[in-house]
Design a protein around this ligand. Sequence first.
Ligand SMILES: Cc1ncc(C[n+]2csc(CCOP(=O)(O)OP(=O)(O)O)c2C)c(N)n1
Ligand SMILES: CC(=O)[C@@H](O)[C@H](O)COP(=O)(O)O
Ligand SMILES: [Mg+2]
Length: 643
Amino acid sequence: MTEETKRLLESIDTPNDLKRLDVSQLEQVCSELREFIIDQVSTNPGHFGAGLGVVELTVALHYVFNTPYDKLIWDVGHQAYPHKILTGRRKQFHTNRKYKGLSGFPKMDESEYDAFGVGHSSTSISAALGMAIAAKMNKESRHVVAIIGDGSMTAGLAFEGLNNAGIDKSDLLVILNDNNMAIDANVGALKEYLLDITTSKSYNKMRKDVWNILGNLERLGPVARRYVKKIESGVKTALLQQSNLFQSLNFRYFGPIDGHDVERLTQVLNDLKDIPGPKLLHVLTKKGKGYKPAEEDQTIWHAPGVFDKETGLRETTPVDQIVPPRYQDVFGETIVELAEKNPKILGITPAMPSGCSLNIMMEKMPSRAFDVGIAEQHAVTFSAGLAAAGYIPYCNIYSSFMQRAYDNVIHDVALQNLDVVFCLDRGGIVGEDGPTHHGMFDIGFFRIIPNMVVAAPMNEVELRNMMYTAQLGGKGPFSIRYPRGRGVTHDWKQPFTEIEVGKGRTISEGNDVAFVTLGHPGNYAQTAVTRLAKQGIAVGLYDMRFAKPLDEELLHSILKRYRHIITVEDGALQGGFGSAVLEFMADNGYTNSITRLGAPDRFIEHGTVQQLHKDCGIDPESLFQTALKAAMELPTAAETIRK
Ligand SMILES: Cc1ncc(C[n+]2csc(CCOP(=O)(O)OP(=O)(O)O)c2C)c(N)n1
Ligand SMILES: CC(=O)[C@@H](O)[C@H](O)COP(=O)(O)O
Ligand SMILES: [Mg+2]
């Protein structure tokens, strides 16, 4: 290997190593970084297209800024793989998203370069402003940079940050990474606006002319270069700004510039470093840049799973392999079926049409299904408005993203007892995305809201029937939570049956010990019960279906019959379903022994769903052991876990 072709990436352990390179070598670093990501993510899956799109931007940022003293705040953080790789984690990167390995998102306790923990969108500007103001108060000359995508910019929180930053006048740089995509196509007026700026011919001509003049001056030698430096902040500021939305919020707007020209990026970032106050740099990038299949189908390649990097073929379930459907697809197909019969039904998603499968309805009934952008609060209150006007909105929000819209659920929906159906996808442990994305808290936070029904299906047929039941006349707010991944039945498209609200069902009866379950983990309990039966131990199993209202009649009969009950839920124990059962027992004077299984009072990290369920003691094996011990009157596995 000649000196010129010597690989560079392996010599970069920290951004200081990057800074030692000549700016002309950065393009090679970018190409090696891209190759590294493709290689790694093809076998150890994760977020893909977003990271490829910001390779040049990441290299330029670490080249120009003095990280970790200067702070980079990545919005969402799914695009931060290049950042992780350049900041001392290249050698561990093969553990990305694996149990006890690197997190798939920036995380403050993982690295000093991760200035702020993320996973949910649109937090970067507010967090960066906090850091910028702190730096000012501490008299530190620290640069703070928020890097936010065009999709994440659509959320209210991002505008709250801009609104505040615009009057504060702290030194803050916001980089708008505009690839004209969210996970699915970005939507909304802001997207149109950004597209307008990007494609405005006259503005872009002026912008190019200015850059060319400055570029030519620079080439005239050191004296001219000094002048260029001087006039940069003056001329560029004056000429490269145009009256626009961001400027009207007191931000100095720069751009749009090519986000794949690493040398140009370093120049511009260097220029912007010297300009005080709030600034926004509009950078144009391509999601999936440098890997053709990912550039061509950006939604699929947002997080493609395992793939063959040579052919671009993704690992999918073989067509001849019959597997149960994903819960999200059962939702997607069922809402269409229901909407075909009931013209009042509408579908709403905040930017997750392919994630929750509302895209099925969007395709078949475009006027009745709404992607409102990353805007969970708006999605809920928009649904409330539709319900107030007589429609039945099915508002589908991932459980963990619903945390954003809690007040809207209480104030706008429940208080007015409106008929909004909340479909909480990803209820429970989601796996590799980790603590930012696990849907741990919804059972607890929804069941304390007056008027709210809290339902959780044990399988796909129950999901369909709950969705069917929810639209049958004046039920008020009705939530249905179900997990990420596949159900358990093959024959799920059965005729709809109404489920009486607040009624559970008996799956099997036993002697001394019974499982009392909510939702999908009932299947794990069923496996345990079958195994126990083979050993001559009859354990009861009750699928309660509702955390609220509880089936009190069924609970009375269970508590009268069994000495020991084991509640099982895929969610936080504190305040959850088991807590509801305990409250019922206390209120009714029951003193049966009870083991509550679910997530303990700590954040559950990332890993496979199976591994994490095991850690919480709700996988089939742990349930078997817990029931066996209870039947033998030994200390339970759950007690051991909690200790
Ligand atoms: C509050 C919240 N809602 C939804 C999501 C799911 N989500 C993750 S990335 C993403 C798209 C973000 O688009 P953009 O900011 O433009 O980044 P890009 O992927 O295009 O780089 C969405 C909707 C999330 N992480 N947080
Ligand atoms: C970064 C982000 O928030 C999404 O990309 C999320 O990882 C999607 O999760 P699912 O794969 O469960 O749709
Ligand atoms: Mg985008």
